[in-house]
Design a protein around this ligand. Sequence first.
Ligand SMILES: [Cu+2]
Length: 293
Amino acid sequence: MNKQTKVWLVLSISLSLLVLGAACGGGGTNKETNTPSTTETAAAPYSGPTGTISGVISYNGTPPAPKKIDTTADPVCGQKNPNLATDDTVVKDGKLANTFVYIKDGTVEGGKKIGEYGWPVPPTPVKLDQNGCHYVPHVLGVMVNQKLTITNSDATQHNIHPTPKLNPEWNQTQANGAPPIEKTFARAETLIPVKCNQHPWMKSYIGVLKHPLFAVSDGSGAYTISGVPPGKYTVVAWREGQTPEEQTMEVTVSASAPGKADFAFPKGGAATSSTKPSLEMLPAIEFPMLGKH
Ligand SMILES: [Cu+2]
């Protein structure tokens, strides 16, 4: 039909103009520049006063006792680390180590989203060591494109094998005395499980974020995220497991009043007897940390 064709023509032209507008208008300026369209304009970093978010991670109830690992398959492991045990639940005096706590999203005072700032990648690599046939540290955070240096301190061979969902999967053998392996992750991902193809008990988890606002709870369950701009944030505490458990909390930070966020795992454990129907406080919409183009 002639009329229909016209309508389609008008529609497709409008659509093309829209797409063009979206492609060109990303920089917030209408001026033509010679910058190739493929290079992303780096967002300005946050510069201003900062505060902290800190807290303590507790364990609800009696933690499972660590299980001794049978290392007969590789005597080197047993010689170096005769008391090798599972390290998925490290609890001391009711406080839980190895919980990954990070800012998921939020608004900095002044109205900008946390992901709208540029966060420079630290030049210092993050280290992951294989020592005594387990990974040290057990849980770690790294920024997107920050170097991760993997070392082998054991007199045996390891095979590092991260199994990400958003980043490329790889596995690499590292013999005794082999040079460090250097890797980066191009996409934010929380968290990437790491295993060793030589030693099935070896597990580690890597959180990859576009900003440095993360921390891991220490042996006393304590953590501190520093360098946090004043604002209001959704903070996530992540704990490994068959199905990893995530808890969220809204936290307000000012330069003078630090944010506090204590968590307890597992949720609804022995500590809370009356269980309300769990109404998650998180809005359905997630704010991607992705910068706009
Ligand atoms: Cu290994």
